[in-house]
Ligand binder design. Structure first.
Ligand SMILES: [Zn+2]
Length: 476
């Protein structure tokens, strides 16, 4: 394949891809027989984007789910349309879906219709099995038909199944995504190809699925979907303690979920970190609070005698709240922070209501981290944050809420810094960027215009072609 007249680092060049790699870059390359030629018309050619933190299956499932936190349910300010939990708009959204099969809702929050359990959910949906995910991603709420379909009374001893005073399931399931997916596999299959094509249209050529529940079975599932062409991107997985570097795309990090209300023992954590390091794995900590970040640092510090994996940088996922005293420690441990400024747009109004001014000033920091010499990878955390990387980059630059307020102006970055967050290698978020150069993988994103124009209107998606392994997977 030959790309004619593209801007590479600001200079107009022709680029040839062969066998999945960039084989030549020159001022004037002539097409060989049967070679596909793409005219770039002076658009910039950049490496394909890598989303460093997302949940692929949950995002695919979202595409046919009710967004319980959507504008139709919430007012533009992010508050529920009625303070006394008027559920009419939510019920209407549910009723718009065809009445066969499972109903799936996501992005639920107590401000919408109160603290939901199975019985409360029955009042909203009682004609089919329904499951609603809380916005935190930690909890699923099932109605009575869903509980019956999953035979939940027989699963009372499963950790994560909440029981009421009489020892009966309430309908709330905590951190049981993998179990739920397994149970629903037959009843409610998910088509992932639509999502993969959508990501290709954004210029995304790779992603890291950061779900803590990813296991050997998930790796096999991903590999099958990639082999069948349902997933076009380079998929990297982090996951549970069972993964190892030999498990194909499952070579990724050990994902450790921290919850400041229920922190594990430091000694147990140390055992897990050491076992993962011995397998050659990096460590990724879910940290949304200051306490969780301090705890992750303490755990990694305690294991400092075992070499951190040079090929797989240890990471802090989210780093939602990072105070200044933590910066030297992040730097010393060479930790990458994988951030999601898209939340400032989607949840900014609620942050403003619920957080102190001091907390707001330390939310999803970016510029401060870069200035302190800390690597920052950019990501969506889809389906919880916006998937479109151009929207996320725009948020990193503007840090605006839906209402137009700016949160933490000192942490605004330039469009170039935001783009760099998506161009770093899968295993080194925020590290040295990938490049459009001979010998590099032909995972590319051709923009419709020169970068100098695109950077002015970053929030619009201006992708003309996306190429993965030298093959066009998206053409505008
Ligand atoms: Zn996540």
């Amino acid at each position: 394949m030959l790309i004619k007249a593209a801007l590479v680092a600001g200079v107009q060049r022709d680029i040839r891809c062969h066998d999945g790699f960039i084989s030549a870059i020159a001022d004037d390359l002539r097409p060989v027989a049967d070679e596909r030629v793409i005219q770039a018309h002076g658009g910039s050619l950049i490496p394909g984007l890598h989303d460093h933190h997302m949940h692929f299956f949950a995002t695919a499932a979202l595409q046919r789910s009710v967004d319980c936190g959507s504008r139709e349910v919430l007012s533009p300010s992010g508050k529920s349309v009625s303070t006394n939990h008027d559920t009419r708009s939510l019920r209407r959204l549910f009723n718009e879906l065809p009445a066969d099969g499972w109903l799936r809702g996501v992005n639920y929050h107590e401000s919408i219709a109160g603290n939901l359990d199975g019985l409360q959910l029955d009042k909203l949906v009682s004609d089919r099995p329904a499951r609603i995910q809380h916005r935190s991603g930690k909890v699923w709420i099932l109605n009575s038909l869903a509980m019956a379909a999953l035979d939940l009374t027989a699963q009372k001893n499963l950790p994560g199944v909440e029981l009421d005073g009489q020892g009966q399931p309430t309908g709330r399931l905590f951190r049981l995504d993998a179990w739920l997916r397994e149970q629903l596999g037959q009843q409610d299959p998910i088509d992932v190809s639509v999502l993969s094509r959508q990501m290709a249209s954004y210029g995304i050529t790779g992603f890291t699925d950061t779900s803590a529940t990813n296991s050997q079975a998930t790796v096999t599932q991903f590999e099958l979907m990639c082999a069948r062409g349902e997933i076009l991107q380079n998929a990297h997985l982090m996951g549970d303690d069972s993964l190892s570097p030999s498990s194909g795309s499952g070579f990724g990090h050990l994902k450790i979920l921290l919850d400041e209300d229920n922190l594990p023992s430091l000694a147990d954590l140390e055992v897990r970190i050491r076992a993962a390091r011995e397998k050659g794995r990096g460590i990724a900590f879910h940290c949304v609070s200051h306490v969780e970040t301090l705890f992750a640092i303490a755990a990694l510090d305690a294991c400092e005698d075992i070499d951190a994996q040079k090929d797989f940088a240890d990471r802090i996922e989210h780093g939602s709240m990072i105070f200044d005293d933590v910066l030297p420690m992040l730097q010393k441990l060479n930790l990458s922070v994988v951030t999601q400024p898209g939340f400032l747009l989607h949840r900014g109004d609620q942050y403003q209501q619920n957080l102190t001014a001091h907390e707001l000033a330390h939310l999803y920091r970016y510029r401060t981290l870069l200035d302190a010499g800390i690597k920052v990878g950019l990501s969506s955390d889809a389906p919880y944050g916006p998937l479109n990387p151009w929207q996320v980059m725009h948020c990193a630059v503007s840090r605006q809420t839906i209402a137009g307020d700016v949160i933490g102006a000192a942490d605004c970055v330039t469009p170039e810094q935001a783009l760099a967050g998506y161009l770093s290698h899968a295993n080194d978020p925020g590290g040295v960027g990938r490049d459009v150069a001979v010998g590099e993988r032909a995972d590319l994103c051709l923009l419709k215009s020169p970068w100098g124009d695109v950077r002015q209107r970053l929030g619009t998606t201006e992708v003309a072609y996306t190429v993965i392994s030298g093959k066009v997977v998206y053409a505008c």
